[in-house]
Ligand binder design. Structure first.
Ligand code: S3P
Length: 430
């Protein structure tokens, strides 16, 4: 397995080349497959997770051409997928498994979807419960774990309140709702990422969202489209954090997704002193996109909890690793969901930050990482537990530490950002 050696850096400078947004890429690919006519998706994410979605769609009879960062998908319509001859493999991707299960539940054939050892440990009951209420026939391993065996069947609409704030669960229900009779309604108390709702409208479905309720009508005709995926803000955050760790840094990020359900992390960083400037804000294919400019400034630190934690769930590893570089430290509460991501991220962060000399307290629903007063971080050997965001967050912390940090199994970064380490190398001054 490959390791990445991170040496301390003086500063980081220049323009970041980001992969396309991972969440949006999955959704555009799935909707293109079940739409009628050809779709062209530009800047499709290079993330391994998004390749998993394409591979699953291929097994369902969809022919996908890809050239550079553009993919072309001739859609087969809502009822045009074919029974797969082998099981589908979502590998490390929770979004692939949960969203495709929503689609597969309403087909006229049976299928099976599995994943790697991390994904086979992650909770699936959260999609099995609402999908079963719609009439879906899905069997899982004990404890509601993958592999999932899905016997396609006619579905009926439901009115469902999400028990956990999860865009993946919401999206699985909305996709199943396309195959249900009547109108499906979903109630959410925290506004999770709404990329599927926006994309469904682009493809011609009627989705109404107001006051925390999202409604979709079954059986629409989806039409193939040409779309461009914005840069991935969750990937950008690693470079924003690097600029906030290394004095004198300046980082520019063009064409990044700034959908308000994703930008809570920017609001928080700005509130603790980060100079982040947004420019050229525009709406494209229903999504807000723009440019960011970030320069170094000392951060005060602070605490987040409850809805805030859900709204910046993917950025919490980087936020926690920023703790030792802030004045007051960072406290994260209400983030029990972090424990059921690609790894138990609370435990992975607490363990690896402590190895680097940070003072950390772990809670069932989060952690507290002491600020600068607790001393400078030291380079250490880090086991990211196969989790891309842990690997990248600790690598960035390593840029501001004393001595060398070694990230073991560093290739796991490719799950969301294959060029992460090359981009860091190109941009930092040592
Ligand atoms: C995602 C939703 C989030 C997020 C994940 C991607 C999505 O998961 O953590 O990286 O694309 O819908 P949950 O919905 O499980 O919180």
């Amino acid at each position: 397995m490959s390791k990445a050696k991170i040496e301390p850096a003086k500063r980081i400078d220049g323009v970041v080349e980001l992969p396309g947004d991972k969440s949006i890429s999955h959704r555009y690919a799935i909707l293109s497959a079940i739409a009628e006519g050809v779709s062209e998706i530009r800047n499709y994410s290079s993330a391994a997770d998004c390749k998993s979605t394409l591979d699953c769609l291929r097994r369902l009879g969809i022919e996908i051409e890809s050239q550079d960062r553009t993919i072309r998908i001739p859609g087969k319509g809502l009822r045009g997928l074919k029974a797969p001859r082998r099981s589908l493999d979502a590998r490390n991707s929770g979004t692939t498994m949960r969203l495709l299960t929503g689609v597969l539940a309403g087909q006229s054939f049976s299928s099976m979807i599995t994943g790697d050892s991390s994904l086979r440990r992650r909770p699936m009951r959260r999609i099995l419960d609402p999908l079963s209420a719609m009439g879906a026939k899905i069997s899982a391993r004990d404890g509601g774990l993958a592999p999932l065996e899905i016997q396609g069947t006619p579905l009926h609409s439901i009115d469902y309140t999400l028990p956990v704030a999860s865009a993946q669960v919401k999206s699985a229900i909305l996709l199943a709702g396309l195959y249900a009779d009547g109108e499906t309604s979903i109630h959410e108390s925290v506004a999770t990422r709404d990329h599927l709702e926006l994309a469904l409208r682009e493809f011609g479905a009627r989705v109404v969202a107001a006051k925390g309720i999202i409604r979709i009508e079954g059986g629409p005709r989806l039409e193939g489209r040409s779309l461009t995926v914005p840069g991935d803000l969750s990937a950008a955050v690693f470079f924003i954090a690097a600029a906030l760790i290394l004095p004198g840094s300046n980082v520019i990020i063009h064409d990044v997704g700034l959908n308000p359900t994703r930008t809570r992390i920017l609001d928080f960083l700005i509130s603790i002193g980060a100079p982040i400037h947004v420019a050229s804000l525009q709406s494209r294919d229903g999504e807000l996109v723009g440019d960011l400019a970030v320069r170094y400034a000392p951060l005060a630190g602070g605490a987040i909890s409850g809805a805030q934690a859900a709204e910046m769930i993917d950025e919490l590893p980087m936020l926690a690793a920023l703790g030792p570089f802030t004045e007051k430290g960072i406290e994260i509460r209400g983030a029990q969901e972090l424990r059921v991501k690609e790894s138990d991220r609370v435990s992975a962060l607490a363990e690896s930050l402590a190895r680097m000399g940070a003072r950390v307290e772990e809670f069932p629903d989060g952690l507290r990482v002491e600020g600068r007063g607790a001393g400078k971080l030291r380079g250490a050997k880090i086991d990211p537990r196969g989790d891309h965001r842990i690997a990248m967050a600790l690598a960035v912390a390593g840029l501001g530490a004393e001595g060398t940090t070694v990230i073991q199994d560093a290739e796991c970064a490719a799950v969301s950002f294959p060029d992460f380490f090359a981009t860091i190398d190109r941009m930092v001054e040592r």
